[in-house]
Design a protein around this ligand. Structure first.
Ligand code: ZN
Length: 271
């Protein structure tokens, strides 16, 4: 198998063994970093022949220990923040495919572990071209700017359901059955780790051309509903932003990069 260049965007809420904020908050005594490391090891073990960049994209971007690269000299780690293009920083046209690891469903999904889209505290909803969004769709379309397809997603059953209308070819590893915003049923860890290994192998057996590059139709219209009117009062001063009601703002552009940058700017302004 020839060398494949793989971009991994890491999030935490969608992983096995994770059901609440304490599990994914680095200064909490219940922080489950070792679960993330175990699941990442199952993935990295299969990627040894390939060039990998992993972007630690949860919270402060300080979840993946740098030591892990001692076992995998083919893996470069992007860490920390604030950084430009946060969950997708470092991606460009040199990559062959993307993996979204530990992803969760978009905001508002019923019985879905820690559902949110870019912010659980101040974003009520995001629509692009009239469709409800998730971080997976928003980030996959950013990869689409560079012609990089989404090949594999590791996340919960509700995310799998949300993505079904959009992707025919991706490999999806279901980490858990979400039972509520802070509840889930986990499969045995051993089974999940085996599934990560076997599905990653299958994904690697396909050519880049097999996978679909995800893009939004132009012009791209994004509507963001914020948690309260004061957030919208602040965001309204951004270029391109149109206030459409008390809590909603709208951005329209033919250039999706501008929309993506606008969304990140909104999250930085409001947090
Ligand atoms: Zn996260």
């Amino acid at each position: 198998m020839s060398n494949i260049k793989i971009y991994i965007s890491f999030d935490f809420e969608g992983l096995g063994g994770i059901s609440q904020w304490d599990d994914v908050t680095s200064d909490n005594k219940d922080y489950k970093q070792k679960y993330a490391v175990a699941q990442l090891n199952a993935l990295f073990e299969q990627l040894r022949d390939h060039e990998v960049v992993v972007s630690d994209s949860h919270d402060k971007g300080n979840n993946i220990p740098w030591e892990i690269t001692n076992d995998y000299p083919n893996v470069k780690l992007i860490s920390g923040g604030i950084r430009k293009y946060y969950m997708m920083s470092g991606i460009d046209e040199s990559f062959d495919r993307m993996i979204f690891f530990g992803y969760h469903s978009g905001v508002g999904e019923i019985y879905s572990t820690m559902d949110h889209t870019y912010s659980s505290s101040f974003i009520h909803n995001i629509w692009i071209n009239g469709k409800e969004m998730s971080e997976t769709l928003i980030n996959a379309a950013y990869g689409g700017i560079f012609n990089v397809p989404l090949a594999m997603v590791v996340g919960d059953d509700k995310l799998k359901m949300q993505l079904a209308p959009y992707f025919n070819k991706i490999y999806f590893i279901e980490t858990k059955k979400s039972l509520g915003r802070y509840a889930a049923q986990f499969k045995p860890m051993k089974i999940l780790l085996e599934e990560i290994s076997s599905t990653t192998k299958l994904m690697l057996s396909k050519d880049k051309e097999y996978f679909e590059v995800f893009r939004f139709g132009k012009p791209v219209e994004m509507v963001v509903e914020l948690s309260d009117t004061s957030k919208a009062d602040m965001v309204e001063s951004m270029p391109l932003v149109e206030r459409i009601d008390g809590r909603k703002v709208k951005l329209v552009s033919d250039d999706y990069k501008t929309i993506f940058e606008g969304l990140l700017a909104i999250t930085y302004i409001c947090s």
